[in-house]
Design a protein. Sequence first.
Length: 357
Amino acid sequence: MNQRYLTPGPTQLFDSIPSYIQEGLQKDVFSISHRSKDFEEVVKYTKSELRKLLNIPDDYHIFFLGSATEAMERIIENCVEKHSFHFVNGAFSKRFYQTAVELKKSPQKLEAEFGQGFDFSNLQIPEETELICFTHNETSTGVMTDLNNIYEIKKKYPDKLIALDIVSSAPYATVDYSQIDCSFLSIQKGFGLPAGLGVLIINQKMMDKSIQLNEKGLNIGTYHNFPSLLKKSEKNQTPETPNVFGIFLLGKICNELNEKGIETIRAETEKRAEMLYTYFDSHQSYKPFVKDKESRSKTVISVEIPERSPVIISKLKENGITVGGGYKQFKETQIRIANYPMINEEDINKIIEVLSS
Ligand SMILES: *Cc1c(COP(=O)(O)O)cnc(C)c1O
């Protein structure tokens, strides 16, 4: 049976993807040189549509990388001499922390239990911290951090840099870029595209830090260090031969979402999330994993399934809906339902119908 993929990532592609691929083929986008004017036009278009969609200020740089995981490494390499500080409440925020460990920095962390948010009251960030790292939406657990808590921290520590992982919350998330220094995403989640492209958004402070570390003799990486990325980006190029397929399709999808209107997308996302949480809150045995309503993600809904989730996953599959299992240790006791912009109310109603029968 044909499946709709309500999986956290990779996920369901937008229905329009085949037509955009056709268009790219007709225009030879996937054959042209990455040093050509035509390629520069593609990059320019994608950056401008993405800037519009996510409301990214003109003075923030947009760079294309291989993945969000790469973005974590580049951010640490370019902006941390010794001390980053990480808010860890699941697998992806832990990966960010671990990246700093593996790059031989001395990161510190504040940990919250899986499925819970952080206690932001009386929070102290160590004096020596250079960069504070947040994961807006912990895809592994379905916990979303209120951005206002992050902005408060920026107010309290204006001299520290803030990096925000928005991989599974974009484009739904309304990020105020004046209150953070950097964010990043990859395209196989909320953008409903084939995997293999990361996007990094940084301000001049991040760039200056990178230049400063380089002058101090630290290793900031090679072709994807910030100065190298900027040099090419200013010409709408990339240091290496990039994923032009992903860059082209991202521009098309951002344009489609801009035409639809980001406010509509946000309202629809919230409505579908509400449908799911309302259903599971009143279900006899399947319950939302995240108990605190304020911490519940709108884009990845985790549900506890006491009698083993693989049974439920197969049942949904037989009805044309593929959902994710729980992450790692929760593999067989939870399901995770992605609620990204390409998902519609019919998909949600189908899930509710199947689980109720
Ligand atoms: C999926 C995910 C990542 C990793 O993305 P890749 O494209 O696989 O590198 C990082 N952070 C979060 C929150 C994610 O959901």
